[in-house]
Design a binder for this molecule. Structure first.
Ligand SMILES: NC(=O)c1ccc[n+]([C@@H]2O[C@H](COP(=O)([O-])OP(=O)(O)OC[C@H]3O[C@@H](n4cnc5c(N)ncnc54)[C@H](OP(=O)(O)O)[C@@H]3O)[C@@H](O)[C@H]2O)c1
Length: 261
């Protein structure tokens, strides 16, 4: 699959960031944190001393992973369900005492085996939109106050919406997923413009083709050894979040210096 300039993919970086780039104490919430990229993000952030809350639907898996990672807070919830939005948001804020970074990573692939749009049930399309667009929209909206407070404290708040090259390229049979990811990508760009004044940056980043259960469900014939490790993508994404926060902090310092003149 090819890349597109509008779907920003972070450049591969070294094994570990320089010490001053470590987001120590950063408060981060990750949806879909029990598998693939989401789980790798939880582990990468914990290794960098962030405070982490993660969300997924399977109660047993959330419990098991929370027990394995006692420094992370597990939350059972379905981002596609409107009724779950505030319970998820309140648990995130209760566990972390605020929020600096929200990663909307949970995703629905649409029907598998992947189907032509003409063969896609409306209910499958609706579920992809509910999980991949409305869910991130609702959860971000519910957490905007906390993110703005973080930005005011000078921490530099970031929302990372996990995108895909399917948001840009018209791959046959990827209709429900691709259309929903395209909507998420454009929503991110508009929100990034609208929230700049609040000191909140909204990123839309494509992690690349990774060896995860979702990829195996979409393309079972793919050779996993040729795919990116989710741990590599997680490292790149956390570096990109930290770079976004550093940029925000320097521009707010610049604005403060200009205002003090
Ligand atoms: N894998 C790739 O090659 C690839 C390429 C480009 C982009 N991406 C993007 O990368 C992200 C991660 O993908 P992945 O491959 O790591 O997926 P994955 O292994 O299938 O993991 C998905 C995670 O999301 C959770 N989840 C799914 N639906 C949810 C919902 N409605 N509410 C809350 N949690 C939910 C799952 O747990 P439960 O089922 O228990 O809820 C699981 O923790 C996605 O946004 C995907 O679109 C992946």
């Amino acid at each position: 699959m090819t890349d597109h300039p509008n779907t920003r993919r972070p450049a591969p970086l070294g094994d570990s960031p320089p010490p001053d780039a470590r987001p120590t104490g950063l408060r981060v919430a990750i949806t879909g944190g029990t598998s693939g990229l989401g789980l790798a993000l939880v582990r990468e952030l914990l290794a960098r001393h962030a405070r982490v809350a993660f969300v997924a639907r399977s109660r047993d898996t959330v419990r098991r992973l929370a027990a394995e990672h006692p420094d992370a807070h597990g939350i059972v919830g379905d981002v596609a369900r409107k009724e779950d939005t505030y319970p998820i948001a309140m648990q995130i804020l209760g566990a972390l005492g605020g929020l600096d970074v929200l990663v909307n990573n949970a995703s629905d692939l649409g029907p598998t085996p992947l189907a032509l749009l003409a063969d896609t049930d409306c209910e499958d399309f609706e579920r992809a939109l509910a999980t991949n667009v409305l869910g991130p929209f609702r959860l971000t909206k519910a957490l905007l106050g906390a993110l703005a407070a973080s930005a005011r404290e000078g921490a530099g708040a970031v929302v990372l919406n996990v995108s895909s090259d399917a948001a840009i390229n018209a791959y046959p049979t990827w209709g429900a997923y691709g259309a929903s990811k395209a909507a998420l990508h454009h929503l991110s760009r508009i929100w990034n413009e609208e929230l700049a004044a609040e000191g909140i940056t909204v990123l839309s980043l494509d992690p690349g083709d990774m060896d995860t259960p979702m990829h195996a469900a979409a393309l079972p014939e793919a050779d996993p050894s040729r795919l990116k490790r989710p741990e590599t993508a997680a490292r790149e994404l956390v570096d990109a979040i930290e770079a976004g926060r550093t940029l925000l902090r320097s521009s707010s310092e610049l604005v403060a210096r200009e205002a003090a003149r």
